[in-house]
Design a protein around this ligand. Structure first.
Ligand SMILES: Cc1cc2nc3c(=O)[nH]c(=O)nc-3n(C[C@H](O)[C@H](O)[C@H](O)COP(=O)(O)OP(=O)(O)OC[C@H]3O[C@@H](n4cnc5c(N)ncnc54)[C@H](O)[C@@H]3O)c2cc1C
Length: 221
């Protein structure tokens, strides 16, 4: 495990922290990938949890967006209380999500994190193309990087809220119809990341829409 110093930590939403750390010189990753992280404090060094890089591989620092779950009494609650100059121990880089071609990105909650790095990369390369993002959250206040995606994608950014009825936002869960409305053709790629129950429902919709397994890129959170 490598020690990396926390440079800044700020709340990005009511329960998500944005953390910037120093970056080891030899660290490389593909946008969408994650790394095992532990807190460098007595009693926490062995408690590794996976978090996704939301920065780009060439950036000077590493960035993370981490949803805190105080109810778990685990690592994320403790992460929410860290301060600059505390440090993380980071391990192996891994993860199945990476960009393969144009398509529909479907995220639930913190499952947006791999797509942040991917979309930053597409923006940088001027290759946003016809990519779409469907993002499911409980309420408007839970939407991570709302401004970034709104500016970047405009009408190709579709928000679905399960516990709030808001003008201009779809209400309920991600349905087969919502996916179909964003689908240009069955040969597009479908990127899915979120909590297991959301993933299960979305994968069933994709199967009902006739999407081949080989066109689905996924990772449960
Ligand atoms: C590849 C990958 C990348 C990830 N990247 C990110 C990221 O960038 N940002 C991010 O925010 N998250 C990310 N996650 C999810 C993140 O790793 C988990 O949220 C984190 O490990 C939870 O740690 P914890 O110690 O707080 O909870 P843990 O104690 O590890 O709890 C883990 C799971 O146990 C269950 N659980 C435990 N206690 C309770 C309870 N009291 N009530 C209900 N359920 C409970 C929940 O299902 C919970 O998800 C990623 C996950 C994966 C697999």
């Amino acid at each position: 495990m490598k020690k990396v110093k926390i440079k800044s930590i700020n709340y990005a939403t009511h329960d998500v922290v944005h953390i910037k750390t120093a970056k080891p010189q030899d660290l490389t990753f593909v946008p969408g990938q994650a790394v095992d992280v532990a807190i460098n404090k007595p009693g926490w060094e062995e408690e590794q949890r996976p978090f996704t890089f939301t920065s780009l591989p060439d950036d000077d620092d590493l960035e993370f967006l981490i949803k805190t779950y105080p109810v778990h009494k685990g690592v994320t609650e403790e992460i929410g209380m860290l301060k600059p100059n505390d440090s993380f121990l980071i391990g192996e880089v891994f993860g199945d999500i990476q960009y393969k071609g144009e398509g529909v990105f479907i995220a639930g909650g913190a499952g947006i994190t791999p797509f942040i790095s991917i979309f930053k990369d597409l923006e940088k390369q001027n290759k946003l193309g016809n990519n779409k993002l469907i993002f499911a959250n409980k309420t408007f206040d839970d939407i991570i990087e709302h401004e970034f995606f709104s500016k970047l994608l405009g009408k190709s950014f579709i928000n679905v809220l399960s516990q709030e009825d808001k003008n201009g936002y779809k209400q309920g869960y991600i349905s087969k119809e919502i996916i179909q409305s964003q689908m240009e053709n069955r040969e597009a790629y479908f990127y899915v990341c979120g909590p297991p129950t959301m993933m299960e429902a979305v994968l069933q919709h994709l199967s009902a829409l006739g999407i081949k397994e080989s066109n689905i890129v996924k990772e449960p959170f």
